[in-house]
Ligand binder design. Structure first.
Ligand SMILES: Nc1ncnc2c1ncn2[C@@H]1O[C@H](COP(=O)(O)OP(=O)(O)O)[C@@H](O)[C@H]1O
Ligand SMILES: [Mg+2]
Length: 250
């Protein structure tokens, strides 16, 4: 059974008393609803059907793992759910909003306002230090600089990486870089976190530390869709979706 989610307050990630009123949003039971989602890539006249007729529902507050062999369409699916890419056919409702007809601009705003991403290779900006990397998503929201820096400081403190605030990604270990990437992904307090093999480059200790952070984000109301090859990582999720050749098996 999933816990009853009544709002997303982020109390565990950000201690109470930091002006963290729950964001006022309509609560929909289904955060994600796709119908016959299909994505084909055409290159040199060869068509690859990366995803075929995927219909799924993910509730607010769920932690879902996606598993399957390399090339089965996991990243393609995550990119569609994350509004980074558009399907060839089929529909996708995010939090009650039909995304099909949305302009690029609206899609970007929906993504930036509601979603966070983490990737296997951390994807930090090499030219920016830790503070600046974590601050990036807040710049897009138009938040005032002073408030941004306060918010970043809170997250860095919470994740125990404040002492690295002025360091650059190349000066950090993989585990530390992924911790910074996680901080960046949640600094906006997104309702959905999309993670593509987030522990793929981490040793088991750092992998477990990251899973603890994801778990905490989920327990405080955040929804997670995580691609993983590890059954141990998937055991943190409420359920596992298995993909084969672009098709959901279960
Ligand atoms: N941009 C692209 N252009 C052409 N083919 C692609 C592209 N992205 C992915 N594919 C193909 O789509 C299939 C699914 O890829 P992907 O979603 O990356 O799989 P996974 O993440 O499960 O390894 C693969 O056959 C891959 O080669
Ligand atoms: Mg992939």
């Amino acid at each position: 059974m999933l816990p009853q989610i009544t709002g997303y307050t982020f109390t565990a990630i950000c201690p109470v008393g930091m002006a963290l009123a729950p964001r006022k949003r309509e609560i929909h039971t289904d955060m994600i609803q796709t119908h016959a989602l299909t994505r084909s890539y055409v290159t040199d006249e060869i068509e690859t059907a990366a995803l075929k007729n995927v219909s799924l529902e993910i509730e607010k507050g769920e932690f879902v793992a996606i598993m399957g062999p390399s090339g089965c369409g996991k990243t393609t699916l995550l990119n569609l759910l994350g509004l980074i890419d558009r399907p060839s056919s089929g529909s996708y409702d995010f939090s009650g909003i039909l995304t099909e007809g949305l302009s690029e601009n609206k899609m970007t705003r929906l993504r930036r306002g509601n979603m966070g991403f983490i990737f296997q290779n951390y994807n930090l900006v090499e030219e920016l230090n830790v503070t600046e990397n974590v601050e990036l998503p807040l710049i897009f929201t138009g938040m005032h600089r002073k408030e941004r820096r306060k918010r970043v400081q809170e997250i860095l403190d919470r994740l125990k990486i404040s002492h690295r605030a002025t360091h650059y990604p190349r000066q950090l270990s993989g585990g530390q870089q992924q911790r910074v990437a996680f901080a960046r992904s949640i600094v906006n307090r997104p309702m959905l976190l999309l993670a593509d093999e987030p522990t793929g480059n981490l040793d088991s200790r750092n992998g477990a530390l990251l899973l603890d952070l994801l778990n905490e984000y989920n327990r405080t109301g955040g929804t997670i869709v995580m691609v993983t090859h590890s059954l141990k990582d998937a055991s943190y999720a409420h359920r596992i979706l298995r993909l084969r050749d672009g098709i959901i098996l279960n």
